[in-house]
Write a protein that binds this ligand. Structure first.
Ligand SMILES: [Zn+2]
Length: 325
């Protein structure tokens, strides 16, 4: 993997970065939609090439200070250019939680800025459950529709890792039932999350329903903290589930774009919050690279499922130079 933060020139160093999807991959991904612009503006590359010259010409101390800022400017420019669709909202953070690039329409009313991202809440439900059960998790049998899962035929018997990987509703509904909500709120507060109101139904703890809302930045930073704590037993199991989600679970389009074991990811499908409403809003959070994440990308794509939104997230990270081998 190439370091993304310390080498901003990677953004431009490969011709395929024009579209974010190299020509040899676009067919296998079936990636042909409005979210990836196919037109490269020469004026843009000139501007960014100028930034590169600036970087290489500067003495080392100044360069060290300036590079993250230049990466941020370059990343914002590339994403704005390559992913202009108004149906896409995104937030790109570095490992410290600083915003590198963003486009997330923010209503003036702060209460309306918060979003309920469907199954993106599941890892935090698991953290709260783990704290109340001595770090032990059940095995749950998912019967599909009968168990209120999104997969009609069901997932069968699941442990925590696989439940994260497959984003199984049955598993997390089981964790949510009987959870001490007050104690859960204390756990969530440590991740900067306020959690659903105490009288909201338990379903909301599992990402069903829209009563659990947080700002996009709060969700993103909570994920950073979770991954930073992966030395802890419960957190490490959740992170393993996210690694496998990107490899073969609901977020598998991420590794399809970036390479095997490239990233940690989680998907969520939520009721659409737009006017006029679409079928759903798809959410994906990706942390890249998997081994020691330096970037977190949170996307919301209007009108698609969470699993479909992962394609956009993967393409965006490709556009920033991720996944090169
Ligand atoms: Zn299931």
């Amino acid at each position: 993997m190439e370091p993304l933060i310390t080498e901003p020139h990677r953004i431009l160093s490969h011709p395929s970065r024009k579209t974010g999807v190299s020509s040899d991959r676009s067919s296998s991904l079936g990636w042909k939609n409005k979210y990836v612009a196919r037109v490269w503006h020469p004026a843009h590359s000139t501007t960014l090439a100028g930034l590169l010259l600036l970087i290489t010409a500067w003495p080392a101390p100044a360069q060290q200070v300036a590079e993250p800022q230049l990466f941020s400017q370059s990343a914002q420019a590339v994403l704005e250019h390559d992913f202009p669709s108004p149906d896409l909202s995104y937030l790109l953070l570095d490992a410290s939680g600083k915003i590198l690039a963003e486009r997330w329409p923010t209503p003036p009313d702060i209460a309306q800025q918060a979003v309920s991202p469907g199954s993106l809440v599941k890892p935090f439900l698991a953290l709260a459950y783990g704290e109340q059960h001595g770090g032990r998790f059940p095995m749950v049998r998912c019967l599909g529709t009968e168990s209120r899962c999104w997969l009609p035929r069901g997932h069968g018997n699941l442990e925590l890792e696989e439940a994260i990987t497959q984003s199984c509703n049955a598993y997390f509904l089981e964790l949510a039932s009987g959870l001490d909500r007050q104690r859960a709120a204390q756990t969530l507060a440590r991740y900067g999350l306020s959690g659903p109101a105490a009288d909201a139904s338990a379903d909301n703890m599992a990402g069903l329903g829209d009563a659990w809302k947080e700002t996009p930045l709060a969700w993103a930073r909570a994920y950073l903290q979770l991954v930073n704590e992966q030395q802890s037993p419960v957190q490490s199991r959740i992170v393993k589930g996210m690694l496998d989600s990107a490899k073969r679970g609901t977020a598998r389009s991420v590794d399809a774009a970036l390479g095997r074991n490239a990233a940690l990811a989680k998907t969520g499908t939520a009721a659409c919050s737009h006017t006029p409403p679409g079928a759903a809003d798809g959410f994906t959070v990706v942390l890249y690279p998997a081994a020691r994440p330096r970037l977190l990308l949170l996307v919301r794509v209007h009108g698609v499922t969470g699993a479909e939104s992962t394609r956009v997230a993967g393409a965006m990270l490709r556009a920033l130079g991720a996944g090169e081998r």
